[in-house]
Design a protein around this ligand. Structure first.
Ligand code: C2E
Ligand code: CA
Ligand code: CA
Length: 308
């Protein structure tokens, strides 16, 4: 049935005014360095080594305080500001990765990119220019794309993703299991890893159905030759179960909340989970299997909530 009328309500006009104002504020935020990144470590379960971090954007609003991405990324996508926002985020992430490598820390940074970026023909070229500008090899950057983002226009997305892979930039499929993705495209994407969505991880130690889904996702990923990351690990039982299931890496509040770079460095200095180093330092023992003991993590987990 086709409706050939629409209902006008005063609230719609008010909403349009608010969206317009917020768009202006977000544009200023992008230009005036009000965006910042928090970093959350990812740990390799076999070695216990912190093998990378995910960069998560926040908006330090002058009046409203710290704003989380769920509140402004959709707006950026709807208003065409996402391209500029993504470039700012990529620059901050690359600058940080370069600084860490200079400090002997072999930490690659994963940046979330939106479906809109994947649809930009110039995107791979822009990434190549940024890597050159920051003198960063492509392995220092990882891009996280969602299944839904890919399926918005799979043909174009596969083209962009393949161009990025050819440059040596690694790709991860984020929120795996929540969207609809065709196995055929999954194979064509040449992704290096999948990240199982936190909604399946949260209750997997209590809910058999979730545990079965996670086990199947790990097997599927491995059968496709991909590394598997579990996000949203909040307790030691979940960590232990993921280890038993052969998951490759973990990320979640149990290890550390997303925090500013300096706080992450402090955490790495005290945690049992050690960062990957470019060169061995004499004062440090190399990571042992003890580093992956859940008890050891428990003593040193960062509990500061970046939302508080
Ligand atoms: P995401 O990519 O799935 O990121 C993971 C989200 O889960 C983050 O929320 C993170 O803080 C949160 N998280 C991490 N560990 C746990 C845990 O153990 N338990 C629970 N309950 N949550 C956990 P955040 O930072 O609010 O980001 C929300 C979403 O915003 C991200 O989801 C991503 O889709 C988007 N986003 C963040 N930064 C960017 C960005 O720079 N660009 C774009 N396009 N999107 C971004
Ligand atoms: Ca992500
Ligand atoms: Ca995710």
């Amino acid at each position: 049935m086709q409706l050939d009328y629409c209902i006008y309500r005063d609230e719609f006009e008010q909403l349009a005014i608010e969206v317009h104002a917020l768009r202006g504020e977000l544009r200023r935020a992008i230009e005036n360095d009000e965006l910042l990144l928090h970093y959350q470590p990812k740990v390799d379960l076999e070695s216990g080594v912190v093998n990378g971090v995910e960069a998560l954007v926040r908006w330090q609003h002058p009046e409203r305080g710290l704003i989380y991405p769920d509140e402004f990324i959709p707006l950026a996508e709807q208003t065409g500001l996402i391209q500029a926002l993504s470039i700012v985020v990529l620059k901050m992430a690359l600058r940080q990765s370069v600084a860490w490598h200079r400090d002997n820390l072999d930490l690659s940074v994963a940046v979330n990119i939106s479906a809109c970026n994947l649809m930009e023909e110039q995107f791979p070229q822009r990434i190549a220019e940024l890597l050159k500008e920051y003198e960063a090899p492509p392995e220092w950057l990882e891009l996280e794309i969602t299944e839904t983002g890919v399926m918005t226009n799979p043909v174009l997305a596969v083209q962009t993703v393949r161009a990025l892979s050819a440059m040596g930039v690694r790709l991860a499929i984020d929120d795996f299991g929540t969207g609809y993705s065709s196995m055929a495209y999954l194979k064509k994407l040449l992704a290096a890893k999948i990240k199982i969505d936190k909604s399946f991880i949260a209750d997997m130690s209590r809910d058999d159905n979730d545990a079965v889904i996670v086990r199947s996702a790990i097997e599927l990923g491995h059968n496709l030759g991909l590394r598997v990351v579990a996000e949203g690990v909040e307790d030691s039982d979940t960590l232990a179960l993921l280890k038993t299931l052969g998951c490759d890496s973990v990320q979640g509040y149990y290890l550390s909340r997303p925090v500013p770079a300096v706080e992450l460095e402090a955490w790495m200095n005290t945690s049992s989970w050690k960062p990957a180093r470019l060169r061995e330092t004499s004062t440090e023992a190399s990571p042992t299997s003890r580093d992956t003991d859940t008890e050891a993590v428990c003593e040193t987990s960062v509990c500061a909530d970046d939302r508080d």
